[in-house]
Design a protein around this ligand. Structure first.
Ligand code: ZN
Length: 297
């Protein structure tokens, strides 16, 4: 579940470090399972919910309950998400995504779980990415279960809403742009082309459970890993934190790269309190791995 939206660090957490050595050592040993969060995508222009200027301070994410209960909530969601989709479509992987892909190509990773719905790990050519909270690139019908590509719905929405081009100053990590009710106006929401049912992006909303088979698959990935490397997540929500706890309980080293304190710090061998892109580039340099995919041998 993702309903817990706030968490306050306690004073007894271990402090962060600027030493990237433990991260390099873990990758060098291999079998590293990466768990990434919104923090790895901020350098691609997608803001985090939390941390400095985090969008939770001004934006309440859509909950599953609101979305399913109210046609007006769905109109608001789809208008905002349709606008946000254009911004997401322009976002490109940054040095952090490219470094993770390079670690994967060099056989250092046993798996990659992301809490992000932006598709940027795949865009950086990482393989076998497990999307814990789903993806904005797919749309699912809540009635018949039909799945369709988001770009098809985007095309239909463009045609159904000619002239819809509001300007939003902010975009959120769930692909939801900030719009006023006036800007949403009478935005037309479209039904499933198969059965006329309600369409929802194939993402896990706040207040919604991650599908059990997906959780089980992630548990198996933790079970099979040598260590767990958390990249850019405050681990505020249980959907990611439970894998940190599982790894720690199994005696596997947990390493975290996140500028701010996280809810998993008490379970971690170390938290590197530095920006993701430069940290992972430094680690790759130390390991002698080219990060740019084009220069990889
Ligand atoms: Zn349907």
């Amino acid at each position: 579940m993702r309903p817990t939206l706030s968490w306050t660090p306690t004073a007894d957490l271990p402090p962060g470090t600027t030493d990237v050595g433990p991260v390099a050592d873990a990758l060098s040993a291999g079998g590293v399972l990466v768990l990434s969060g919104a923090g790895i995508s901020t350098e691609s222009g997608i803001p985090d919910y939390r941390g400095e200027g985090g969008s939770l301070s001004r934006h309440t994410p859509m909950t599953y309950q609101d979305f399913t209960a109210s046609a007006q909530a769905r109109r608001r969601y789809w208008a905002r998400s349709h606008l946000g989709w254009r911004t997401f479509g322009r976002a490109r992987p940054n040095a952090g995504h490219r470094a993770v892909a390079a670690f994967g190509r060099h056989g250092m990773l046993s798996g990659l779980i992301t809490q992000n719905v932006d598709g940027l790990h795949q865009a950086a050519d990482s393989e076998g990415v497990v999307e814990l909270h789903g993806s904005l690139e797919r749309v699912r019908c809540l009635s018949c279960g039909a799945m369709s590509p988001r770009h098809e719905l985007a095309r239909r929405l463009d045609a159904a809403n000619p002239g819809f081009a509001p300007v939003s100053a902010t975009i959120n990590p769930d692909g939801d742009a900030d719009l006023t009710d006036e800007q949403v106006g009478d935005f037309r929401v479209l039904p499933c082309t198969v059965c006329g049912g309600i369409l929802k992006p194939d993402v896990v909303f706040f207040g919604e459970a991650v599908p059990p088979q997906r959780v089980e698959h992630c548990r198996e990935l933790v079970h099979g890993a040598t260590s767990l490397l958390v990249l850019g997540s405050s681990l505020t929500v249980m959907s990611g934190l439970r894998f940190v706890r599982q790894a720690a309980q199994a005696g596997k080293p947990v390493l975290i790269v996140n500028r701010d304190a996280t809810r998993g710090d008490a379970h971690a061998r170390a938290r590197v309190a530095l920006p993701l892109g430069s940290t992972l580039t430094t680690v790759a340099d130390r390991l002698g791995i080219p990060v740019d995919g084009l220069s990889a041998t």
